[in-house]
Design a protein around this ligand. Structure first.
Ligand SMILES: O=C(O)CCC(=O)C(=O)O
Length: 189
């Protein structure tokens, strides 16, 4: 279709997206770090998901609905945390969790809002792109046109706060190639 005026991608208020947030070399460094990290199957609302995770700092247990404090965030992730906090104009001490997620081919993350104790969520994508979807959390606001579907690229960064985090939910469609993500979170005050 040849549009006279290019259409701008709509992002829900509070959603930020930046491509090429890290270089190929930095991505490689992070993938090597992730490869050395022990990842365990994600249990989400009673089901073992296909994806695997490793959590540092605070962790939300979806089964027991409690926040626990685990291993500190390894120093090797500091450059990434600083890049994210500089981007968001936030002091780096506010980042209380770093979650590594491995998505084997075909794995998904179903519609959800983030865990209750966390506030801002930032995600860095590694190795492959994914289809990232957002839709209003309130069922009454959901309709045929209310789902926003984005091609979130490898090496990109997204952040969700405010309405995008609280009034919208998100999901990732089955990945066509292995994907990793690093998710950083702040705590609600
Ligand atoms: O992999 C991603 O980018 C999304 C992660 C996510 O939604 C979550 O951990 O709750």
């Amino acid at each position: 279709m040849n549009l006279l005026f290019p259409t701008e991608t709509f992002y829900p208020p509070g959603f930020l997206y930046k491509e090429d947030f890290i270089t190929g070399e930095e991505e490689e460094r992070l993938l090597q770090l992730v490869a050395k990290t022990e990842r365990h199957p994600m249990i989400f609302h009673g089901y073992e998901a296909k994806r695997k995770v490793a959590s540092y700092g605070y962790d939300w247990n979806f089964e027991k609905k409690i926040l626990t404090k685990g291993e500190p965030i390894p120093q090797q992730y500091l450059f990434l945390i600083e890049r994210v906090t500089n981007q968001l104009q936030l002091s780096r001490e506010f980042i209380v969790q770093l979650l590594v997620t491995e998505y084997p081919v075909g794995s998904v993350i179903n519609w959800h809002r983030d865990a209750p104790p966390f506030d801002l969520i930032a995600g860095i994508s590694l190795l492959s792109d994914c289809t990232f979807k957002l839709r209003p959390y309130d069922k009454a606001r959901q309709n045929r046109n209310s789902t926003v579907s984005l091609n979130v690229k490898r090496r990109s960064f997204y952040a969700m706060e405010g309405a995008a985090r609280n009034e919208w939910e998100h999901s990732i469609a089955p990945v066509k190639e292995p994907r990793y993500s690093i998710t950083l979170r702040t705590l609600k005050q």
